[in-house]
Design a protein around this ligand. Structure first.
Ligand SMILES: [Zn+2]
Length: 250
């Protein structure tokens, strides 16, 4: 029993005290970055971009963001995902209570290479700064609502809101942003077929639903999180707006 507790403790320590596995450290733009290997030279620009994305978020109060643990070894990242008890392996992993966020260099790169930058302003582009901003957004929601409430947010809303928040700065800076064109793309089956099967467009749909609620309907965070704002109703409203309205939105 004692031995088991020690093994579990060792497992969990990597989530709460990962420093021994991440000896390379630097600070920039208010972020603390730790890595298992030499930190790449382009990381300053990545953090500047992550900072811009963070500052555009409604919930940003200027508090220090999560600590960034950048895994260049995929085995290390896989171990951390396992230690956290997650079955789904994504680009990043947030341990909000510890204030730690872990990122996989290779998963982000594979996604970027596969989708070649499309669609714009989404997680499918495989951008390190957007992945950082995504976990920062989740962390701000946890801080704002508290753990118990935040973990009850349905997946479409939690992920849609994090992707929307992470990409809002880029959307606002893009004169060609157009939600209707994005819905065109969502509904275009051919655009989602790839040589290796089909690309999962669920997260893109969730993000567009939150873009609609925020940018068209003008809902702020508190209204958006209201339980009356359901997935089915939001999707129906988005489709109705898409098929009837011709007004320009910005
Ligand atoms: Zn997420």
């Amino acid at each position: 029993m004692g031995a088991l507790i020690i093994v579990i403790g060792l497992y969990l320590s990597i989530l709460f005290f990962p420093y021994p596995w991440f000896p390379h450290h630097f600070e920039h733009a208010g972020f603390s970055v730790y890595s298992d290997d030499e930190i790449p030279a382009d990381f300053e620009a990545i953090l500047d971009d992550a900072r811009r994305r963070m500052e555009a978020m409604e919930l940003d109060r200027g508090d220090p963001p999560v600590r960034i643990f950048y895994c260049q070894s995929q085995r290390l990242f896989a171990f951390i995902v396992k230690a956290a008890g997650k079955r789904h392996v994504g680009q990043g992993l947030l341990i909000s209570v510890a204030g730690n966020a872990f990122f996989s260099k290779s998963i982000i790169e594979v996604i970027g290479d596969r989708n070649r930058g499309r669609p714009k302003h989404t997680r499918l582009r495989g951008s390190v700064s957007a992945a950082i901003a995504h976990e920062v957004a989740h962390h701000l929601v946890f801080t704002e609502m508290g753990f118990e409430k935040a973990r009850r947010i349905p997946a479409w809303k939690a992920e849609g809101y994090a992707d929307y928040s992470a990409n809002l700065a880029a959307i606002e800076a893009d004169p060609d942003y157009d939600l209707r064109t994005r819905v065109d793309l969502l509904l275009d089956d051919g655009a989602w077929r790839s040589t290796t099967g089909s690309v999962d467009r669920r997260h893109f749909r969730w993000q567009l639903m939150v873009e609609y609620l925020s940018l068209v309907e003008g809902l702020g965070f508190a209204d958006l999180m209201h339980e009356d704002v359901t997935e089915a109703r939001t999707y129906a409203e988005l489709m109705k707006w898409y098929s009837t309205s011709t007004e320009e939105i910005r």
